[in-house]
Design a protein around this ligand. Structure first.
Ligand code: ATP
Ligand code: MG
Length: 579
């Protein structure tokens, strides 16, 4: 057996097999290069779904002829200053895309640096076929024709022009969402498909997905331990039959990540039917050394150093926003309060050959909040009002708020927040008294979860047991639930365990689980609570009010918001100008 070095054309072609699978992946590489070059305006032209032609023109920094020749060589890049592969702020970093594409197509590269003349280099399947001056505005234009024409093995796997076009559109969409500050146009077979002016991120997302998001979206902006998450998600009521409108960006890079899919599903767990999916565009900012971008040939996957923290932030942030929103939209005076979200701070490379250092840009825009469909029931005020501090229930508004009449005014109670607090306090009292009532399940329930979640729950089993939740490991990816806290009543064990695992992951860090007990108990309590949206009978409402009166700390929900507000007679009179 003799070992030989492969000729460079063959090496390039092998690399091409990984980097460019289809027109959309070549297009993605070209658009990324233009963005890395500091382009502010980018035009894409396609013929036959990119099978015949892909052309990308930009107004970026351009290259001089020497740089153009170098750009077409393998492993030549301007983007890794100091060889810092763990500090990548540009889309590209390997110097592989252009030579790979050039080895499997006819490629024409034209470029012009501001203040100099333009130059053109043509390559046919890896072989240089000519160079000459070219007339073009400052920037770069790359044309790719007949991609894979001479690579039958690849050609076979290509799909119809329509399907290839759909994939190209998706690639442009993702990058246009990632960089809303850049203008984009897209033309297919001579037809103008997209024409996007530079915009704020929410407007760009809405334009690319659906304008309905402006009415049915919830803004996200949260941060924890160096991570920041911004973006928009749809209200549970605004959902889709396919999980195709879910976009995640990590430090501006569009990524396809199972973590996002799982975290999204967990965040909407009890809000959406199994076969329905939310819309989401989420921008995550992570310190550069917390994420490895060099794990996938197409650079569409990343590896987080602490995936549990990311998952926890996404689930926690989304849940919180959804909760907050359902409350806010019901409260009239707050209905005018805008839902803000701040964009991912997109990196803007310096407009010189590649060396792009991130400069952070803050952008803001407003989503209109959604208003409830009014829904109220009232009880006739016949009996005299006894001296209860929280009064007597008179009705329920929006299936969420109890309206009660007290001696000294009108009381409005958030039923879910209040009940959640009561359950938590009951559990706490039982724990302190050392007698947690548990309800053994007749048939233990098997709950399937992913392995890390099982590991977390298993490690916490003793503490969970103290709260009346008896769980055991059941194989590699399932848990067995033997008993649940009696305070919970009937509950969905699968949901509860998934939330607890997320909660434990989210709390993370060096705290012992014992210190986290209150958080965990709060998660359990939330499951045992009357959901907003449930119609309550007058007896139930009054029972809730009476229990609140005798429960410590019942004025605040587990998230620190008030559980009730009172409008005194004096204040009511003021409202009507009667004082
Ligand atoms: N549109 C463009 N404008 C200016 N320079 C460009 C453009 N496209 C490519 N280049 C230059 O050519 C070099 C090679 O591009 P190529 O895409 O092959 O590699 P890369 O972007 O460095 O890394 P990767 O393979 O990860 O994409 C880039 O580093 C950049 O300097
Ligand atoms: Mg590149």
């Amino acid at each position: 057996m003799s070992i030989r070095r492969l000729p460079p054309e063959l090496i390039n072609r092998i690399a091409a097999g990984e980097v460019v699978e289809r027109p959309a992946s070549a297009l993605k590489e070209l658009v990324e290069n233009s963005l890395d070059a500091g382009a502010t305006q980018l035009s894409v032209r396609l013929h036959a779904g990119g099978l015949e032609l892909i052309e990308v023109s930009d107004d970026g920094c351009g290259m001089n002829p020497d740089e153009m020749r170098l750009a077409l060589e393998r492993h030549a890049t301007s983007k890794l200053p100091d060889d810092a592969i763990d500090q990548v702020t540009s889309f590209g970093f390997r110097g592989e895309a252009l030579p790979s594409i050039a080895s499997v197509s006819r490629l024409t590269l034209e470029s012009r640096v501001r203040g100099a003349d333009g130059w053109r280099i043509a390559i046919d399947h890896g072989a240089a076929i000519g160079e000459q001056p070219a007339a073009l505005p400052p920037g770069t234009r790359i044309r790719i024709e007949g991609l894979f024409d001479k690579v039958p093995a690849r050609r076979k796997f290509l799909r119809s022009p329509r399907a290839e076009y759909a994939a190209c559109l998706d690639a442009v969409r993702r990058l246009a969402m990632a960089r809303s500050d850049v203008g984009f146009t897209l033309e297919h077979d001579g037809r103008r498909i997209l024409s996007l002016q530079p915009a704020e991120p929410p407007a760009r997302v809405a334009e690319l997905l659906t304008h309905e998001l402006e009415r049915h979206g919830v803004g996200i902006d949260c941060a924890r331990a160096g991570l920041r998450l911004t973006g928009v998600i749809s209200l549970p009521t605004f959902n889709r039959g396919m999980a195709d409108h879910q976009y995640l960006f990590v430090n501006t890079r569009p990524v396809k990540d199972r973590l996002l899919v799982g975290a999204l599903r967990a965040a909407y767990r009890d809000l959406l039917a199994r076969d329905r999916h939310p819309i989401a565009a989420l921008f995550l900012e992570v310190p550069l050394d917390e994420v490895d971008v060099n794990v996938h040939p197409a650079k569409t996957e990343v590896r987080f150093r602490d995936p549990a923290a990311v998952r926890g932030l996404i689930i926690g942030g989304l849940r919180h926003a959804l909760d907050e929103h359902s409350q806010r939209s019901a409260a009239r005076e707050q209905a005018a309060a805008p839902v803000m979200w701040t964009s991912s701070a997109s990196y803007v490379p310096e407009p010189q050959l590649g060396i792009g250092l991130s400069s952070l840009r803050e952008q803001q825009r407003t989503f209109e909040p959604v208003t409830f469909v009014p829904q109220a029931r009232a009880e006739p005020a016949v009996e005299p009002v006894p001296a209860y501090p929280l009064g007597v229930a008179r009705g329920q508004v929006a299936a969420t708020y109890i309206v009660a009449e007290a001696e000294d005014g009108l009381v409005i109670v958030d039923q879910h927040a209040a009940h959640e607090r009561l359950v938590l306090e009951r559990m706490r009292a039982a724990r302190e008294g050392g007698k947690v009532a548990r309800q053994a399940l007749l048939i233990p329930e098997v709950v399937e979860l992913d392995e890390p979640d099982c590991d977390r729950l298993e490690a916490a089993a003793a503490e969970l047991g103290e709260m009346g939740l008896d769980v055991e490991r059941f194989g590699s990816s399932a848990m067995l639930v033997r008993a649940v806290p009696a305070a919970l009543g009937k509950t969905d064990a699968a949901n509860l365990l998934a939330d607890l695992a997320a909660e434990i992951a989210e709390l993370g860090g060096p705290m012992s689980l014992r210190d986290k007990l209150d958080h965990v108990a709060a998660t359990i309590a939330c499951h045992g609570s009357v959901r907003a949206g449930r119609i309550l009978s007058v007896t139930e409402m009054n029972a809730l009010l009476r229990e609140m009166e005798v429960t410590p700390r019942s004025g605040q929900c587990n998230h620190g918001r008030p559980t009730w507000v009172k409008l005194g007679h004096g204040e009511i009179e003021k409202l009507f100008g009667r004082h």
